[in-house]
Design a protein around this ligand. Structure first.
Ligand code: BES
Ligand code: MN
Ligand code: MN
Length: 453
């Protein structure tokens, strides 16, 4: 195995570069053909790795790539999930090298999708290739790589529901999360859910002269700013009545356990260029980004933003708002709560509409399972250290759906770092992490095959 990985190192990276050159931005229809090209690339690499039945399954959106290798029906089956779509690369001018021309600097690959998730799911294809080529697969493997994760996995849910038999597995293995650092490996045991809405505040039936009407007619931007500001109180708590009703509070023992993960607040602030952190009173930075729900404005617009000054009292103002959810909040319940609350706080001079976007359930996986143990032992073998169990702040909504539809738990064996700048300009992935991931994954299969018997 080690010899095979060493001998093929450069080719693995060259192939990843080819994949990163394809701008598979799922959100923007201008890239639709590129998204398909990425799917075809993945399909062909799955075949080359020795998997059978590599196929593109069409959906009303982007295709789902699927392949499998059943070595022995009596052996456990691992279902690998990942996504070949990426976030838009904007703003382009902030990239030091073009987002779809992968470049190595400081032992890191810079490109959109380098870590999220092309670099991470590609490790699995190479690890499977290496196992097939050397000792053989210790487990059956199914691989499903989708193209709509970054836009809410709209069609994957339907695909999973309609293909329960095809996707039947004992565990789902996902590399699409982060570790604490390369010195301190960790395994995420939870992800937050998501409720995402767009709001629009409308005042007068047209834009008005701000001198002639200002002061007498509601200004939708002023009103929206006030409404948004009222959603948090001075202690950083969300003011919406009922918002925390279903939140599971962790016990002091659970919080103490999570607090054992090393964290350097000064380094965190230095990295972000901020003087102070802020958030809900009574919780640490790590808790604020993992076990607590949050509400953030992701975008806000309205009125005149062109060059110079235009004196105008706009007719409309809008914002996009995301809420990260924790067990046992559900996106449906929170979206309803938000819609009713936001409408109720609107002053009489405006009308408010709330449009829901995609959402997702929070997810927590038990740590006392053979699946988690196999992942933990795999890290120990490859990194020489036991990984620290953590709760993550991001969302992979499909994990909860896998559990509901297939009755199968997900193991979040991610190898990224927060510093990889996912979704930001200059996204990157460490060469160390790429190769270490390929080395870690086969250990999971070996331990899982042994533990699951
Ligand atoms: N890979 C991320 C999620 C993630 C990142 C989890 C880092 C843990 C650590 C995933 O691609 C993602 O970006 N998910 C979206 C949700 C989706 C519904 C758009 C997110 O978290 O915003
Ligand atoms: Mn991802
Ligand atoms: Mn992402």
């Amino acid at each position: 195995m080690t010899t095979y990985l060493e001998a093929n190192k450069q080719r693995f990276l060259d192939e990843l570069f080819d994949l990163l050159r394809i701008p598979s931005v799922s959100a923007d229809s201008a890239f639709k053909a590129d998204v398909r090209r990425a799917a075809e690339f993945v399909r062909d690499k799955l075949t080359a790795a020795g998997l059978d039945k590599a196929t593109l399954y069409e959906t009303p959106g982007h295709p789902i790539v699927y392949a499998e290798k059943i070595v022995d029906p009596a052996k456990p089956t691992v279902l690998v999930y990942g996504h070949y779509d990426v976030q838009p690369a904007d703003p382009y001018e902030l990239w030091e090298s073009p987002p779809f021309e992968p470049t190595i600097r400081n032992e890191r690959v810079y490109a959109r999708g380098a870590c999220d998730d092309k670099g991470q799911f590609y490790m699995h294809i190479k690890a499977i290739e290496a196992m097939v080529a050397t000792s053989g697969l210790p487990c059956n493997v199914k691989v499903m790589i989708e193209g709509e994760e970054e836009v809410g996995s709209d069609h994957l849910g339907m695909f999973v529901t309609q293909n329960r038999e095809l996707l039947k597995a004992d565990v789902i293995l996902i590399s699409d999360t982060s570790i604490i650092s390369n010195e301190t490996p960790s395994l995420e045991m939870g992800l937050r859910g998501l409720s995402y809405v767009e709001v629009q505040v409308t005042g007068a039936n047209r834009d008005l002269h701000s001198g002639v009407y200002g002061g007498a007619v509601a200004n939708p931007i002023n009103v929206l700013a006030q409404m948004i500001a009222s959603l948090h109180d001075e202690s950083g708590r969300i003011t919406m009545p009922g918002f925390y009703d279903n939140v599971v509070e962790l016990s002091d023992a659970e919080r103490a356990e999570l607090a054992k993960a090393p964290f350097d607040l000064e380094e965190y602030k230095r990295d972000l260029g901020i003087k102070e952190v802020m958030g809900e009173a009574g919780y640490s930075t790590n808790e604020r980004t993992s076990i607590r729900p949050t509400l953030d404005v992701n975008g806000i617009w309205g009125g005149y933003i062109g060059e110079g000054a235009k004196t105008v009292l706009p007719s409309k103002a809008s914002a996009k708002i995301s809420m990260r959810l924790v067990p046992n909040q559900t996106p449906d319940e929170i979206t309803d709560l938000f819609t009713n609350h936001f409408r109720s706080i609107a002053p009489p001079g405006v009308t408010v509409t709330v449009t829901p976007h995609h959402g997702g359930m929070p997810y927590v996986t038990p740590v006392d399972s053979v699946e988690f143990e196999a992942a933990s032992k795999a890290f120990e073998d490859a990194w020489g250290k036991k990984p620290i169990p953590t709760r993550g702040g991001g969302s992979i909504p499909i994990t909860a759906l896998f559990e509901k539809e297939l009755g199968v738990k997900s193991i979040l064996m991610g190898f990224g770092l927060d510093a990889d700048a996912l979704h930001s300009p200059n996204e990157s992935y460490g060469l160390f992490n790429f190769y270490k991931g390929i080395e870690t994954i086969p250990y999971f299969y070996t331990h899982y095959a042994a533990l699951k018997q």
